[in-house]
Design a protein around this ligand. Structure first.
Ligand code: FES
Ligand SMILES: [Fe+2]
Length: 413
Protein backbone atom coordinates (compact mmCIF):
# COMPACT_ATOMS: atom_id res chain seq x y z
CA UNK A 1 0.00 0.00 0.00
CA UNK A 2 1.42 3.39 -0.94
CA UNK A 3 1.72 6.13 1.67
CA UNK A 4 -1.15 8.08 0.12
CA UNK A 5 -3.38 4.98 0.06
CA UNK A 6 -2.58 4.38 3.72
CA UNK A 7 -3.42 7.97 4.71
CA UNK A 8 -6.56 7.84 2.61
CA UNK A 9 -7.61 4.59 4.26
CA UNK A 10 -7.04 6.08 7.73
CA UNK A 11 -9.04 9.17 6.84
CA UNK A 12 -11.88 6.94 5.70
CA UNK A 13 -11.92 5.28 9.15
CA UNK A 14 -12.68 8.62 10.79
CA UNK A 15 -16.19 8.91 12.23
CA UNK A 16 -17.55 12.41 12.81
CA UNK A 17 -18.17 13.03 16.51
CA UNK A 18 -15.33 10.74 17.59
CA UNK A 19 -11.65 11.31 18.22
CA UNK A 20 -9.36 10.41 15.33
CA UNK A 21 -8.14 6.90 14.51
CA UNK A 22 -4.88 6.40 16.44
CA UNK A 23 -2.41 6.44 13.52
CA UNK A 24 -3.70 9.84 12.37
CA UNK A 25 -2.02 11.12 15.53
CA UNK A 26 1.35 9.41 15.15
CA UNK A 27 1.92 7.99 11.66
CA UNK A 28 4.86 9.49 9.76
CA UNK A 29 3.11 9.38 6.37
CA UNK A 30 0.13 11.21 7.81
CA UNK A 31 2.47 13.80 9.23
CA UNK A 32 4.30 14.18 5.90
CA UNK A 33 1.00 14.90 4.15
CA UNK A 34 0.03 17.37 6.90
CA UNK A 35 3.26 19.27 6.33
CA UNK A 36 2.27 19.69 2.68
CA UNK A 37 -1.53 19.95 2.92
CA UNK A 38 -1.70 22.10 6.04
CA UNK A 39 1.60 23.65 7.09
CA UNK A 40 2.78 24.15 3.50
CA UNK A 41 -0.53 25.54 2.27
CA UNK A 42 -2.44 27.38 5.01
CA UNK A 43 -1.90 30.73 6.68
CA UNK A 44 0.13 30.27 9.88
CA UNK A 45 0.54 32.64 12.77
CA UNK A 46 4.21 33.67 13.02
CA UNK A 47 4.56 36.54 15.52
CA UNK A 48 3.38 39.95 16.60
CA UNK A 49 4.71 42.69 14.32
CA UNK A 50 6.22 44.44 17.38
CA UNK A 51 8.76 41.60 17.48
CA UNK A 52 10.30 43.06 14.32
CA UNK A 53 9.82 46.68 15.25
CA UNK A 54 12.57 48.44 13.28
CA UNK A 55 13.83 47.92 9.71
CA UNK A 56 16.29 45.02 9.77
CA UNK A 57 14.76 43.37 12.86
CA UNK A 58 14.13 39.73 12.05
CA UNK A 59 13.11 36.44 13.53
CA UNK A 60 13.23 32.98 12.07
CA UNK A 61 10.69 30.20 12.08
CA UNK A 62 11.35 26.53 11.38
CA UNK A 63 8.62 24.70 9.48
CA UNK A 64 9.70 21.16 8.78
CA UNK A 65 12.59 21.35 6.30
CA UNK A 66 11.89 25.03 5.63
CA UNK A 67 13.30 27.94 7.57
CA UNK A 68 11.60 31.31 7.16
CA UNK A 69 12.96 34.79 7.90
CA UNK A 70 10.42 37.39 8.98
CA UNK A 71 12.02 40.80 8.62
CA UNK A 72 10.89 44.42 8.54
CA UNK A 73 12.13 46.07 5.37
CA UNK A 74 13.36 49.63 4.86
CA UNK A 75 9.83 50.78 3.96
CA UNK A 76 8.55 49.59 7.33
CA UNK A 77 6.68 46.59 5.88
CA UNK A 78 6.89 43.16 7.48
CA UNK A 79 8.11 40.70 4.85
CA UNK A 80 9.06 37.02 4.87
CA UNK A 81 11.64 35.08 2.89
CA UNK A 82 12.93 31.56 2.67
CA UNK A 83 16.05 31.47 4.80
CA UNK A 84 17.89 29.67 2.02
CA UNK A 85 20.72 31.30 0.12
CA UNK A 86 20.33 31.40 -3.66
CA UNK A 87 24.03 30.51 -4.09
CA UNK A 88 24.36 27.00 -2.70
CA UNK A 89 21.50 26.98 -0.27
CA UNK A 90 23.05 27.73 3.10
CA UNK A 91 20.89 29.05 5.90
CA UNK A 92 21.43 32.80 6.03
CA UNK A 93 20.13 33.88 9.45
CA UNK A 94 21.37 31.34 11.93
CA UNK A 95 20.02 32.97 15.08
CA UNK A 96 16.34 32.91 16.05
CA UNK A 97 16.18 36.69 16.14
CA UNK A 98 18.37 39.70 15.57
CA UNK A 99 18.82 42.92 13.69
CA UNK A 100 20.71 43.41 10.42
CA UNK A 101 21.32 46.10 7.81
CA UNK A 102 21.43 43.54 5.00
CA UNK A 103 20.94 39.79 4.92
CA UNK A 104 24.44 38.39 4.47
CA UNK A 105 24.97 34.68 3.91
CA UNK A 106 27.81 33.60 6.21
CA UNK A 107 29.11 31.01 3.71
CA UNK A 108 30.39 33.15 0.79
CA UNK A 109 28.89 36.50 1.80
CA UNK A 110 26.23 36.81 -0.87
CA UNK A 111 24.43 39.90 0.35
CA UNK A 112 20.69 40.54 0.04
CA UNK A 113 18.71 43.72 0.55
CA UNK A 114 15.83 43.59 3.04
CA UNK A 115 13.50 43.41 0.02
CA UNK A 116 15.12 40.10 -0.95
CA UNK A 117 17.14 41.33 -3.95
CA UNK A 118 20.69 40.13 -4.31
CA UNK A 119 22.98 43.15 -3.94
CA UNK A 120 26.43 41.61 -4.02
CA UNK A 121 28.08 38.33 -4.98
CA UNK A 122 31.84 38.40 -5.52
CA UNK A 123 33.86 36.32 -8.02
CA UNK A 124 30.88 35.69 -10.27
CA UNK A 125 31.29 36.01 -14.08
CA UNK A 126 30.39 39.16 -16.07
CA UNK A 127 27.18 37.66 -17.40
CA UNK A 128 25.96 36.79 -13.90
CA UNK A 129 22.54 38.40 -13.43
CA UNK A 130 21.84 39.06 -9.74
CA UNK A 131 18.18 39.80 -10.54
CA UNK A 132 17.68 36.09 -11.08
CA UNK A 133 18.83 35.26 -7.56
CA UNK A 134 16.54 37.13 -5.20
CA UNK A 135 15.50 35.36 -2.03
CA UNK A 136 12.34 33.31 -2.47
CA UNK A 137 9.38 35.18 -0.97
CA UNK A 138 6.86 33.89 1.52
CA UNK A 139 3.38 35.44 1.65
CA UNK A 140 2.68 37.71 4.61
CA UNK A 141 -0.63 39.03 5.89
CA UNK A 142 -0.67 41.52 8.74
CA UNK A 143 -3.93 41.21 10.67
CA UNK A 144 -4.16 44.18 13.03
CA UNK A 145 -0.53 43.63 14.06
CA UNK A 146 -0.53 39.83 13.99
CA UNK A 147 1.78 38.44 11.32
CA UNK A 148 0.55 35.40 9.39
CA UNK A 149 2.63 33.69 6.74
CA UNK A 150 1.81 31.21 3.99
CA UNK A 151 4.22 29.03 2.04
CA UNK A 152 1.75 28.23 -0.75
CA UNK A 153 2.27 29.71 -4.21
CA UNK A 154 -1.39 30.73 -4.22
CA UNK A 155 -2.42 31.35 -0.62
CA UNK A 156 -6.01 30.81 0.46
CA UNK A 157 -8.12 33.92 1.02
CA UNK A 158 -7.52 35.52 4.42
CA UNK A 159 -9.53 38.70 3.79
CA UNK A 160 -12.74 37.47 5.40
CA UNK A 161 -10.83 36.54 8.56
CA UNK A 162 -8.95 39.83 8.58
CA UNK A 163 -12.08 41.91 8.06
CA UNK A 164 -14.05 39.99 10.67
CA UNK A 165 -11.58 39.84 13.57
CA UNK A 166 -9.88 43.21 13.15
CA UNK A 167 -12.63 45.26 14.89
CA UNK A 168 -12.27 43.01 17.95
CA UNK A 169 -8.48 43.26 18.04
CA UNK A 170 -7.74 46.82 16.95
CA UNK A 171 -8.82 48.43 20.26
CA UNK A 172 -5.99 46.42 21.91
CA UNK A 173 -3.47 47.70 19.34
CA UNK A 174 -1.13 44.70 19.24
CA UNK A 175 1.47 46.59 17.18
CA UNK A 176 1.97 49.07 20.01
CA UNK A 177 3.03 46.42 22.52
CA UNK A 178 6.28 44.72 23.47
CA UNK A 179 7.05 41.16 24.47
CA UNK A 180 7.39 41.10 28.26
CA UNK A 181 7.89 37.35 28.45
CA UNK A 182 8.22 34.41 26.07
CA UNK A 183 8.09 30.68 26.70
CA UNK A 184 8.80 27.81 24.34
CA UNK A 185 7.65 24.34 25.35
CA UNK A 186 8.59 21.25 23.39
CA UNK A 187 5.74 18.85 24.02
CA UNK A 188 6.02 15.12 23.37
CA UNK A 189 2.63 15.05 21.70
CA UNK A 190 1.16 15.30 18.23
CA UNK A 191 0.21 18.86 17.28
CA UNK A 192 -3.47 17.96 16.79
CA UNK A 193 -3.75 16.81 20.39
CA UNK A 194 -2.26 20.14 21.48
CA UNK A 195 -4.93 21.93 19.44
CA UNK A 196 -7.72 19.60 20.58
CA UNK A 197 -6.76 20.26 24.18
CA UNK A 198 -6.95 23.98 23.54
CA UNK A 199 -10.32 23.73 21.84
CA UNK A 200 -12.17 22.56 24.93
CA UNK A 201 -12.47 23.54 28.56
CA UNK A 202 -14.11 20.23 29.56
CA UNK A 203 -10.76 19.48 31.21
CA UNK A 204 -10.46 22.83 32.98
CA UNK A 205 -12.34 22.06 36.21
CA UNK A 206 -10.20 19.00 36.88
CA UNK A 207 -6.87 20.53 35.87
CA UNK A 208 -6.66 24.33 35.85
CA UNK A 209 -7.54 25.86 39.25
CA UNK A 210 -5.27 28.85 38.54
CA UNK A 211 -6.84 29.57 35.14
CA UNK A 212 -10.37 29.27 36.50
CA UNK A 213 -9.81 32.21 38.85
CA UNK A 214 -10.44 34.33 35.75
CA UNK A 215 -11.78 32.11 32.98
CA UNK A 216 -15.36 30.87 32.91
CA UNK A 217 -15.67 27.38 31.50
CA UNK A 218 -18.63 28.36 29.31
CA UNK A 219 -17.46 29.17 25.80
CA UNK A 220 -20.61 30.81 24.47
CA UNK A 221 -22.89 33.51 25.91
CA UNK A 222 -25.91 31.20 25.66
CA UNK A 223 -24.31 28.21 27.39
CA UNK A 224 -27.28 26.64 29.18
CA UNK A 225 -25.14 25.07 31.91
CA UNK A 226 -24.45 28.45 33.47
CA UNK A 227 -27.47 30.80 33.51
CA UNK A 228 -25.58 33.28 35.66
CA UNK A 229 -23.01 33.57 32.90
CA UNK A 230 -25.68 34.57 30.40
CA UNK A 231 -26.77 37.33 32.78
CA UNK A 232 -23.18 38.48 33.28
CA UNK A 233 -22.63 38.43 29.51
CA UNK A 234 -25.73 40.56 28.95
CA UNK A 235 -24.63 43.13 31.52
CA UNK A 236 -21.03 43.26 30.25
CA UNK A 237 -22.27 43.26 26.67
CA UNK A 238 -24.23 46.43 27.36
CA UNK A 239 -21.17 48.07 28.91
CA UNK A 240 -19.00 47.03 25.95
CA UNK A 241 -21.61 48.24 23.47
CA UNK A 242 -21.43 51.65 25.17
CA UNK A 243 -17.64 51.59 24.72
CA UNK A 244 -17.99 50.58 21.08
CA UNK A 245 -16.23 47.24 21.68
CA UNK A 246 -17.63 44.33 19.65
CA UNK A 247 -18.21 41.15 21.64
CA UNK A 248 -20.69 38.86 19.87
CA UNK A 249 -19.37 35.58 18.46
CA UNK A 250 -18.38 35.99 14.81
CA UNK A 251 -19.21 33.52 12.09
CA UNK A 252 -15.79 32.09 11.33
CA UNK A 253 -17.15 28.74 10.18
CA UNK A 254 -14.68 25.97 10.94
CA UNK A 255 -11.62 28.16 10.30
CA UNK A 256 -11.66 30.72 13.04
CA UNK A 257 -13.41 31.90 16.15
CA UNK A 258 -13.52 35.33 17.73
CA UNK A 259 -15.57 36.53 20.69
CA UNK A 260 -15.18 38.79 23.69
CA UNK A 261 -16.17 37.00 26.88
CA UNK A 262 -16.23 38.26 30.47
CA UNK A 263 -14.09 36.83 33.21
CA UNK A 264 -15.57 35.83 36.54
CA UNK A 265 -17.34 38.70 38.33
CA UNK A 266 -14.85 41.21 39.73
CA UNK A 267 -11.89 39.76 37.78
CA UNK A 268 -10.08 41.97 35.27
CA UNK A 269 -6.98 39.97 34.31
CA UNK A 270 -5.58 36.46 34.05
CA UNK A 271 -3.60 36.60 37.25
CA UNK A 272 -3.51 34.33 40.29
CA UNK A 273 -5.83 36.71 42.19
CA UNK A 274 -7.76 38.12 39.22
CA UNK A 275 -6.44 41.61 39.85
CA UNK A 276 -4.54 43.60 37.19
CA UNK A 277 -1.32 42.27 35.67
CA UNK A 278 -0.15 45.65 34.36
CA UNK A 279 -0.96 49.17 35.54
CA UNK A 280 -0.81 50.52 32.01
CA UNK A 281 -3.59 49.35 29.72
CA UNK A 282 -2.90 48.37 26.10
CA UNK A 283 -3.81 50.63 23.19
CA UNK A 284 -5.79 53.65 24.33
CA UNK A 285 -8.14 51.64 26.51
CA UNK A 286 -9.43 53.32 29.64
CA UNK A 287 -11.58 50.50 31.11
CA UNK A 288 -10.11 47.45 32.83
CA UNK A 289 -13.18 45.26 32.96
CA UNK A 290 -13.15 44.00 29.40
CA UNK A 291 -12.82 40.24 29.85
CA UNK A 292 -10.83 38.99 26.90
CA UNK A 293 -11.17 38.70 23.17
CA UNK A 294 -10.51 35.05 22.36
CA UNK A 295 -9.42 34.51 18.82
CA UNK A 296 -8.47 31.18 17.29
CA UNK A 297 -7.33 30.52 13.75
CA UNK A 298 -6.63 27.09 12.26
CA UNK A 299 -4.23 25.42 12.34
CA UNK A 300 -1.80 26.92 14.83
CA UNK A 301 -2.91 30.00 16.74
CA UNK A 302 -5.05 31.16 19.64
CA UNK A 303 -4.91 34.42 21.55
CA UNK A 304 -6.28 36.35 24.48
CA UNK A 305 -6.59 40.13 24.17
CA UNK A 306 -7.09 41.61 27.64
CA UNK A 307 -7.33 45.20 28.80
CA UNK A 308 -3.80 45.13 30.27
CA UNK A 309 -1.95 42.54 28.19
CA UNK A 310 -2.10 40.25 25.16
CA UNK A 311 -1.15 36.58 24.95
CA UNK A 312 -0.35 34.85 21.66
CA UNK A 313 0.01 31.08 21.36
CA UNK A 314 1.75 29.53 18.36
CA UNK A 315 1.87 25.81 17.65
CA UNK A 316 4.45 24.36 15.26
CA UNK A 317 4.90 20.61 14.77
CA UNK A 318 8.47 19.30 14.89
CA UNK A 319 7.46 15.79 13.87
CA UNK A 320 4.46 13.53 14.44
CA UNK A 321 5.53 13.04 18.04
CA UNK A 322 6.81 16.48 19.03
CA UNK A 323 5.30 19.95 19.01
CA UNK A 324 6.65 23.40 19.82
CA UNK A 325 4.29 25.70 21.71
CA UNK A 326 5.48 29.28 21.85
CA UNK A 327 3.65 31.71 24.12
CA UNK A 328 4.30 35.44 24.24
CA UNK A 329 2.94 37.85 26.82
CA UNK A 330 2.80 41.45 25.57
CA UNK A 331 2.19 44.70 27.40
CA UNK A 332 1.89 48.31 26.26
CA UNK A 333 5.15 49.37 24.60
CA UNK A 334 5.63 52.12 27.21
CA UNK A 335 4.89 49.94 30.25
CA UNK A 336 7.84 49.80 32.62
CA UNK A 337 8.91 46.50 34.12
CA UNK A 338 9.02 46.64 37.91
CA UNK A 339 6.72 49.68 37.96
CA UNK A 340 3.77 48.89 35.69
CA UNK A 341 4.15 45.13 35.77
CA UNK A 342 5.98 42.23 37.33
CA UNK A 343 6.91 39.54 34.80
CA UNK A 344 6.24 36.63 37.16
CA UNK A 345 2.82 37.93 38.06
CA UNK A 346 2.01 38.67 34.41
CA UNK A 347 2.97 35.23 33.10
CA UNK A 348 2.31 32.98 36.08
CA UNK A 349 -1.21 31.73 35.32
CA UNK A 350 -0.56 30.73 31.71
CA UNK A 351 2.88 29.33 32.48
CA UNK A 352 1.30 26.98 35.01
CA UNK A 353 -1.65 26.31 32.69
CA UNK A 354 0.65 25.56 29.75
CA UNK A 355 2.59 23.07 31.86
CA UNK A 356 -0.64 21.40 32.95
CA UNK A 357 -1.78 21.29 29.31
CA UNK A 358 1.57 19.83 28.28
CA UNK A 359 1.08 16.91 30.68
CA UNK A 360 -2.51 16.42 29.44
CA UNK A 361 -1.47 16.40 25.77
CA UNK A 362 1.51 14.11 26.41
CA UNK A 363 -0.54 11.60 28.40
CA UNK A 364 -3.25 11.74 25.73
CA UNK A 365 -0.59 11.06 23.09
CA UNK A 366 0.75 8.04 24.99
CA UNK A 367 -2.80 6.72 25.29
CA UNK A 368 -3.75 6.96 21.62
CA UNK A 369 -0.74 4.80 20.74
CA UNK A 370 -2.03 1.91 22.88
CA UNK A 371 -3.49 -1.22 21.27
CA UNK A 372 -6.50 -0.58 23.48
CA UNK A 373 -7.24 2.85 22.05
CA UNK A 374 -10.27 3.31 19.90
CA UNK A 375 -11.77 6.67 18.96
CA UNK A 376 -14.08 7.92 21.70
CA UNK A 377 -17.07 10.29 21.55
CA UNK A 378 -16.67 14.03 22.07
CA UNK A 379 -19.11 15.88 24.32
CA UNK A 380 -21.40 17.94 22.07
CA UNK A 381 -21.49 20.77 24.63
CA UNK A 382 -18.00 20.63 26.13
CA UNK A 383 -16.06 19.73 23.00
CA UNK A 384 -18.00 21.25 20.10
CA UNK A 385 -14.99 23.27 18.98
CA UNK A 386 -12.99 20.07 18.46
CA UNK A 387 -15.78 18.84 16.18
CA UNK A 388 -15.18 21.98 14.10
CA UNK A 389 -11.43 21.45 14.14
CA UNK A 390 -11.68 17.83 13.07
CA UNK A 391 -14.10 18.77 10.29
CA UNK A 392 -11.61 21.37 9.09
CA UNK A 393 -8.73 18.89 9.40
CA UNK A 394 -10.40 16.06 7.48
CA UNK A 395 -11.69 18.46 4.82
CA UNK A 396 -8.28 20.06 4.31
CA UNK A 397 -6.47 16.73 4.20
CA UNK A 398 -9.17 15.31 1.91
CA UNK A 399 -8.48 18.08 -0.60
CA UNK A 400 -4.92 16.78 -0.92
CA UNK A 401 -5.81 13.16 -1.50
CA UNK A 402 -6.06 11.92 -5.09
CA UNK A 403 -9.48 11.93 -6.79
CA UNK A 404 -11.46 8.87 -5.85
CA UNK A 405 -9.55 8.24 -2.62
CA UNK A 406 -11.78 7.04 0.23
CA UNK A 407 -10.62 10.00 2.37
CA UNK A 408 -12.55 12.32 0.07
CA UNK A 409 -15.78 10.68 1.13
CA UNK A 410 -14.95 11.72 4.70
CA UNK A 411 -14.29 15.29 3.66
CA UNK A 412 -17.61 15.51 1.86
CA UNK A 413 -19.66 14.34 4.89
S1 FES B 1 25.76 29.47 0.08
FE1 FES B 1 25.29 31.50 0.55
S2 FES B 1 26.91 32.63 -0.24
FE2 FES B 1 27.40 30.59 -0.75
FE1 LIG C 1 -6.03 23.45 29.26
Amino acid sequence: MSAIEKVSDLMAQYRAGYSLPGPLYYDQDVFDLEMKAIFGTQWLFACNECEVKEPGDYLTLELGRNSIIIVRDDNGEVTAWHNTCRHRGSRICQEHKGSVGRLVCPYHQWTYDLDGTLLAATQMPDDFDPKRYSLKPVHVCNVAGLVYICLAKEPPDLEHFKRTVSPYIIPHQPARTKVAFESVLIEKANWKLVIENNRECYHCAGNHPELLVSLVEAALPNDTRTHWFGDLMKRKGNEWDALGLPHQPVNGGIEFRCIRLPFNEGVTSMTMDGKPACKKLVGDLTERDLGSVRMFHVPNNWNHFLSDHIIHFRVIPRGPMETEVRTTWLVHEDAVEGWDYDVNRLAEVWQITNQQDQVLAEQNFLGVQSDAYEPGPYSPTGEFMILDFNRWYTTTMGEHLPPGAPGLRVAAE
